[in-house]
Design a protein around this ligand. Structure first.
Ligand code: ARG
Length: 569
């Protein structure tokens, strides 16, 4: 890696000067002045009781004397009060660009110890329509999983469907009411029935306590394995999963395990016995709880509820049981939950309860809590009539808006249109730091100008046209022809650092930012460097190679954002 190579040179120099330190080279925060910089003069000055100006000047003087200077540097300058600013030589930049071109993984580092990540995302609920709130866990989760895999780690992904909650009890209640005299095996209903019954029942349960109690009882009996309820549950599940698969399929989101909460029920007794044996389970108002308060807490921290007073399990029970199961079965290094930030307290309680057991060991339990998608009023997105927007309707809206905005009359296949719709939605979402709420503004997201999915796709297709077919067997020369060219090549070198950040912080926006900035530089490059007017020769070859690498990067990085490329747009 180029940073490491530079650090090695610097380390040698520091040693010559009598300083024992592992120097750090970082990307410049003044790209107008330099490409990379070293700020270690301050640290050295402190350790060796010197003045940082003196130290910085010494380092720069030494660097300017090294052998093969131009293999590495164009210039090395000292800037007060202690910065060492470095501009890289064309030869050095091209050495690494060339390595990226020749390697099908862009010469990125592979982890020496790949880690295993168990990633829980998606979280759709059976028998309830997916709504706008299910978009982010699906695409952020999928993107994080792809980024981790791309970086060389192992991932296990799990949809963790909500398939055993109160909504099922409510629907079984309605079925019992609507099919009163029908023998169990003859009861028949379709998805339209579920779509009608769920909102009706959920409204009824809000106003009628007796109905609610009965639905809760049904849910509990279902969870305890009552056979007729199990039979109906399976029918409900089979209908609903088709819709869930369809919508995840449309979004290109897939899981290794399509498990639901129901999956962990068989392990609940063992898990409970385990925590009971540790002596951490206590009784509180008839319920079984685990105290998770810590002395340093400066906020309210209610106990974790393991079992309700009626003996039923809850959302918290299933999450704890799943951790227990995942540890036993896979012993991952990390378990990630890509779930709405508003569930922060829930996960904090679950993680603290889980850690009472040594079974968790060094495994990190992480809640990747994302913000909400808001309407233009700044509040969580709703339909005009104030209901939660279904995910299918949101996709439909985006598609319509895109088709209305589309300026070109080019014939487009349905497949290409869907690909672009995906790009619009996903890029708009993933370019944000995921913690932040953002406002859903379809017109803005669908535009080909600005930081949008269509802008990236457009850039890619434009470059593809410019490069056309050419002999890719040529090699890159040592030349760099102008600043547009240089800036683009330098950007290639920054890939490693963007990937590193995305992996370390589990944040796809580092990749989105990188690919967007790459596209801005690529646009500057081809608008200012006319390929068509160039004679065949070294310059033309070099530029074809540069554009080819640009497009390979765009394509691969878009995959990490779960975005494909249409054939036209
Ligand atoms: N089904 C839940 C919901 O719609 C999300 C599940 C999140 N994952 C988890 N392990 N709790 O809110």
């Amino acid at each position: 890696m180029y940073i490491e190579e530079l650090q090695k040179i610097l380390k040698g120099i520091m040693a010559e000067l009598g300083y024992e330190i592992d120097p750090k080279i970082v990307l410049s925060n003044r790209p107008d002045l330099c490409d990379v910089q070293c700020d270690d003069s301050f640290k050295i000055a402190k350790t060796y009781h010197k003045n940082p100006i003196e130290v910085g000047e010494e380092i720069v003087a030494k660097l300017n004397e090294i052998e093969n200077y131009s293999d590495f540097f164009e210039s090395v300058d000292f800037v007060k009060p202690g910065f060492v600013n470095i501009k890289l030589s064309g030869k050095f930049i091209n050495k690494y660009v060339s390595l990226m071109m020749k390697d099908d993984h862009f010469n990125l580092k592979r982890p020496s110890n790949p880690e295993t990540f168990y990633i829980d995302y998606g979280g759709a609920n059976v028998a309830k329509p997916l709504h706008v709130g299910h978009l982010r866990p699906a695409i952020i989760g999928e993107s994080i999983a792809r980024i981790l895999r791309f970086a060389g780690h192992k991932t296990l992904t799990d949809a963790h469907l909500g398939d055993y909650g109160l909504q099922i009890g409510e629907i079984i209640y309605a079925i019992k009411r609507d099919f009163k005299d029908v023998p169990l095996e003859e009861i028949d209903f379709d998805m339209a029935y579920l779509d009608k019954v769920y909102p009706e029942m959920s409204a009824l349960c809000k106003v009628d306590k007796d109905v609610l109690d009965e639905c809760e009882e049904i849910t509990k009996e279902l969870q305890n394995g009552r056979e007729d309820y199990q039979y109906l549950w399976k029918k409900i599940y089979d209908l609903s999963i088709v819709e869930i698969e369809n919508i995840y399929g449309y979004l290109d989101v897939d899981f290794d395990y399509w498990y639901g909460e129901s999956e962990c029920y068989p392990i609940i007794p063992e898990m409970k016995a385990h925590y009971e044996s540790l002596g951490v389970v206590t009784k509180s108002e008839g319920a079984k709880v685990i105290e998770v308060k810590e002395e340093t807490d400066n906020k309210e921290m209610p106990p974790f509820i393991l079992e309700k007073s009626n003996g039923a399990s809850l959302y918290s029970t299933t999450d704890l049981a799943c951790i227990y199961e995942r540890m036993k079965r896979h012993n991952p290094d990390h378990i990630l939950y890509v779930v709405d930030a508003r569930q922060g307290l829930h996960f904090e309680q679950v993680f603290r309860a889980a850690r009472k057991s040594e079974l968790i060991g060094d495994t990190s339990l992480e809640h990747i809590g994302f913000g909400t998608i808001n309407g233009k009023d700044g509040k969580p997105f709703k339909t005009r009539s104030g209901e939660t927007l279904k995910l299918v309707d949101l996709i439909k809206d985006v598609k319509e808006t895109f088709l209305n905005l589309k300026e070109s009359n080019k014939e487009m296949s349905e497949e290409d249109i869907d690909t672009i719709v995906n790009a619009i939605i996903k890029f708009a979402d993933l370019q944000n730091n995921l913690e932040k709420n953002y406002i859903f503004d379809i017109e803005k997201f669908a535009s080909v100008v600005g930081k949008t999915g269509p802008y990236i796709l457009y850039t890619y297709l434009r470059i593809k046209k410019i490069i056309g077919d050419y002999d890719k067997n040529i090699t890159l020369s040592d030349e760099i022809y102008n600043d547009f060219d240089r800036n683009l090549r330098l950007k290639f070198l920054e890939l490693q650092s963007s990937v590193d950040f995305a992996v370390k912080e589990r944040r796809p926006h580092y990749i989105a930012d990188y690919v967007y900035n790459l596209c801005v530089l690529a646009n500057n490059f081809y608008q200012n460097n006319h390929m068509a007017s160039l004679e065949d020769g070294t310059n033309k070859n070099d530029w074809l190679l540069v554009l080819d690498l640009t497009n390979k990067l765009i394509e691969e990085l878009l995959k990490l954002l779960v975005i494909e490329i249409p054939s036209v747009m």
